[in-house]
Design a protein around this ligand. Structure first.
Ligand code: SF4
Length: 478
């Protein structure tokens, strides 16, 4: 008899982070935000929430689970109003609870304020400690709650001053949305770590002029047929009100530090972020990798969906055919019943199955987008060997990931990052490979068409653009 034990489909890859979507001036704002979150589901699968306002009354619904599991037609109909913000969240197991689901909402002196945050505030613990000393009471363990407290302290000075005071005292990564009864606000930190884009809706329904959408990625705009206008600039605060929209720039101009891992792995390939097509950047990573790592092999293959687009680029640039040596089961849910007897590599096998007859006696190049712990890679290589592959080589479309991220990506502890603990030939040996090659840092940046100084590369080179708080807790990710 099978034991009814829920296992989690964790494949040892880095987990994201969060996604945000907000709609201003549309009669169906909740529904559009729902679809926006649906498109951003890859940025967080633990919880989701939407806050709406009709100009006087604010409503909220949030819960644990995936977007379509949380919102029904009836729930969306109850979320009335022409402005709304929404959030999808990933969190580590310890803090995966409804209290920490976003948006976070508070009432202060007759005004309601809610926040949906993507990123990580590196000075939130210091700010929080100081505020708690002064008597503030926090309801969650989220760094994002600090934003609400700071705003509440300055609201008597007027909206723009409150925004300036709040955000110039924060450090770290934040692409976030705020909502009050009548106003929506979009903020992107001056480094621009996380993406945030602005779109325009054709019309707002009920005689409203066209509405506005702000979302983490352009794929959310595409789904709700909003036209991409531009990115929210690093260091820009956009205020959406009945009277119109306006921007303020409270920080002096500085270099950007876009998270290059968004291009490597996190963002959806059909999005355009930091002004670059993710699909094309990934393909170019593969092309450059083919020039940097020349290997004699029968075919190139990704393990879907990691490495898909870099594999296309590698194949086209090297002339080695692209094949699908493993087939993905698209119907695997997030949890499953564990087998009673020990089945080695069950988590990998339930999702991906090698095509045995095709792999037999072949020399294979696997294209991966990253190696984090190495546990997944080891299982994958073993599966190909067991299917009869004669040689297994691996190329990775980024450099070795040796350092922690303090800006909103949940990498494991550095002691669990295999590239922090082992040299490249030792990693190859651990994974059971004939050879292992990483894309150079220069090659990675070149693939984006931008320069090194545009990006945060800290998880590869250890140079942190904003001094990290090394006591940072994973449960504070937003
Ligand atoms: S450390 Fe790495 S994952 Fe984190 S923001 Fe920088 S580039 Fe992105």
């Amino acid at each position: 008899m099978l034991q009814q034990q829920a296992g989690k489909l964790s494949d040892g890859r880095p987990t994201h982070e969060c996604g945000v979507c907000g709609v201003f001036n549309h009669q169906d704002s909740a529904k559009l935000t729902y679809f926006g979150l649906y498109a951003l589901q890859h940025r967080g699968q633990e919880s989701a929430g939407i806050v709406t306002s009709d100009g006087t009354k604010v409503a909220m619904h949030k819960n644990m689970g995936l977007v379509p599991e949380i919102f029904t037609e009836e729930i969306l109909q109850g979320l009335k109003g022409h402005l709304s913000i929404g959030h999808v969240r990933y969190s580590t197991t310890g803090a995966s609870n409804i209290t920490n689901a976003q948006p976070l909402m508070v009432s202060h002196k007759g005004t309601t304020l809610a926040v949906a945050h993507n990123g990580n505030l590196v000075n939130s613990i210091a700010l929080r400690n100081a505020m708690e000393e002064q008597g503030s009471i926090f309801q969650t363990t989220m760094d994002s709650e600090v934003v609400l407290h700071l705003m509440a302290r300055s609201t008597h000075l007027g909206l723009e001053t409150a925004l300036k005071n709040t955000f110039t005292s924060l450090q770290g990564a934040y692409s976030l949305l705020l909502i009050t009864e009548k106003t929506m606000i979009a903020v992107r930190d001056p480094d621009g770590f996380r993406p945030l884009c602005l779109g325009k809706l054709k019309n707002g329904g009920c005689g409203r002029a066209g509405g506005w959408v702000v979302a983490s990625e352009t794929c959310a705009l595409d789904l709700i047929e909003a036209e991409f206008v531009r990115e929210i600039e690093p260091g820009e605060i956009v205020i959406f009100q009945e009277s119109g929209i306006r921007s303020i720039f409270p920080w002096p101009k500085q270099d950007t530090h876009f998270c290059i891992f968004e291009q490597v792995y996190f963002a959806r390939p059909d999005s355009e972020i930091f002004g670059i097509s993710v699909y094309q950047a990934r393909k170019r990573m593969g092309e450059i990798l083919a020039r940097e790592a020349k290997i004699d092999a029968d075919f190139v293959m990704p393990f879907p969906d990691s490495g898909n687009y870099a594999a296309i680029g590698y194949s086209q640039a090297s002339g080695i055919p692209l094949e699908m040596g493993v087939i993905r089961n698209h119907y695997v849910g997030r949890t499953f019943i564990q087998p009673t007897q020990s089945m080695r590599d069950f988590n990998v096998k339930v999702k991906l199955n090698p095509v045995r007859s095709f792999l037999k006696d072949k020399r294979v190049i696997i294209v991966e987008d990253s190696i984090i712990r190495g546990t997944t890679g080891k299982s994958r290589v073993r599966a190909l060997r067991e299917a009869g592959a004669k040689e297994v080589h691996m190329v990775v479309s980024c450099p070795p990931t040796r350092h922690a991220c303090y800006y909103g990506i949940d990498f494991p502890d550095v002691n669990q990052l295999i590239a922090n603990q082992k040299k490249i030939d030792e990693i190859a040996q651990y994974l059971g490979l004939d050879s292992l090659h990483y894309l150079s840092l220069e090659g990675l940046v070149k693939a984006t068409g931008m320069t090194k100084k545009n990006f945060c590369l800290a998880c590869f080179d250890g140079e942190y653009p904003v001094a990290p708080d090394r006591t940072f807790r994973k449960d504070a990710l937003g």
